[in-house]
Design a binder for this molecule. Structure first.
Ligand code: NAI
Ligand code: MG
Length: 336
């Protein structure tokens, strides 16, 4: 076609990242997607301008292109520099992380009716990066909740629900204990909820939410929550539909920036073995295409993935199959 290609930033990332990023590149080529990748790797030393291994040039690339796809980035524990993921989210103001989670037709788990979306506040909470030792043997971590960020993510959740024909938004919290922080988060959700009378609003305490999700995930539609809860709940949700190999996400930033990424991490236990399931990153790339309104290609790729998994001939090990990443990717390309 004559469509002018769109330039998007690609971070292959660490661990299984480069292997699954290769799948995305292959599938995009096979589907003739009008996207040109600008690839950026994690640096080998700390860039003083980002105070992390993330290079300034890579941040500039996302700022310029306003759209991108990122593979997982490993965060070494206790190395004293800023997490790459936190740096990206803070520097680019990626305030909402949207994590759809749905039962895949043809891949059976205990449920066949999961169809929910977790919307995670992505810039503050316990992930504000404010931890220090008070005195030896006592450490402190600050959970920051602001009215600005809470309203912003609540607005996004209700807007998303309305735009996507969803009926209910559940705010997930622990305001009975975290009265000030989660209390403020809830207050903001309520303020936004009254502007959307057509959407049912409810509040669910996080522990009860976990129980309900495991018992009957169909009870949930859109869930909005502070950062740490969103991180944990979205892995739980991934488990409901077949695991982390399947669940995509997209980080939404101010000014319409979108950086899609899988929910999972760098999976060091299977890295370099051509075993990883590229579905989560592929479905993330589909979210990126939907953000760009390249709907025909998005549908085509999504259907090819779903059909390949449903056929059952080519599945990766996490889904009980014996296909390699490359065999599975080839099968998707055949099904396009
Ligand atoms: P993980 O998500 O990397 O792995 C958890 C389990 O799921 C492992 O058994 C892994 O083999 C499996 N798994 C994950 N993705 C898979 C895929 N695509 N196909 C098949 N199996 C898959 O979580 P873990 O091990 O706790 O974290 C590893 C590293 O990743 C850490 O350094 C962590 O900080 C980082 N991480 C990065 C994230 C990001 O970049 N957004 C998100 C989560 C973790
Ligand atoms: Mg996580």
């Amino acid at each position: 076609s004559s469509t002018t290609p769109i330039t998007a930033t690609l971070f292959p990332g660490d661990g299984i990242g480069p292997e699954i990023a290769e799948s995305v590149k292959q599938v995009f080529k096979a589907a003739d997607v009008p996207v040109e990748w600008e690839e950026h790797y994690v640096g080998t030393g700390i860039d003083p301008r980002t105070q992390s291994f993330l290079t300034w040039e890579s941040l500039e690339s996302v700022r310029r292109n306003r759209v991108g796809l990122k593979g997982p980035m490993a965060t070494p524990i206790g190395k004293g520099h800023r997490s790459l993921n936190l740096t990206l989210r803070k520097e680019l103001n990626l305030y909402a992380n949207v994590r759809p989670c749905y039962s895949l037709p043809g891949y059976k788990t205990r449920y066949d009716d999961v169809n929910l979306v977790t919307i995670r506040e992505n810039t503050e909470g316990e992930y504000s990066g404010l931890e220090h030792q008070v005195v030896r043997g006592v450490v402190e971590s600050l959970k920051i909740i602001t009215r600005t960020a809470s309203l912003r993510v609540a607005e996004y959740a209700f807007h998303y629900a309305k735009a996507n024909g969803r009926e209910r938004v559940s705010a997930i919290h622990k305001a009975n204990i975290m009265q000030k922080t989660d209390g403020l988060f809830l207050k903001c959700c309520r303020e936004v909820a009254v502007k959307y009378p057509e959407i049912t609003y409810e509040e669910v305490i996080i522990d009860n939410c976990c129980m309900m999700l495991v018992k009957n995930p169909a009870l949930f539609d859109v869930l909005v929550m502070p950062n740490l809860y969103g991180d944990i709940i979205s892995d739980l949700c991934a488990g409901l539909v077949g695991g982390l190999g399947l669940t995509p996400s997209c980080n939404i930033g101010e000014g319409g920036i979108a950086l899609a990424e899988a929910v999972h991490g760098s999976a060091p236990d299977i890295a370099g073995k051509n075993m990883a399931n590229p579905t989560a990153l592929l479905l993330s790339s589909v979210m990126m295409l939907r953000h760009l309104n390249i709907t025909d290609k998005a549908d085509r790729i999504q259907n090819a993935i779903i059909n390949t998994i449903a056929e059952g001939k080519h599945r990766t090990a996490d889904l009980g199959g014996s296909s390699s990443t490359t065999n599975f990717t080839n099968a998707i390309c055949d099904n396009l």
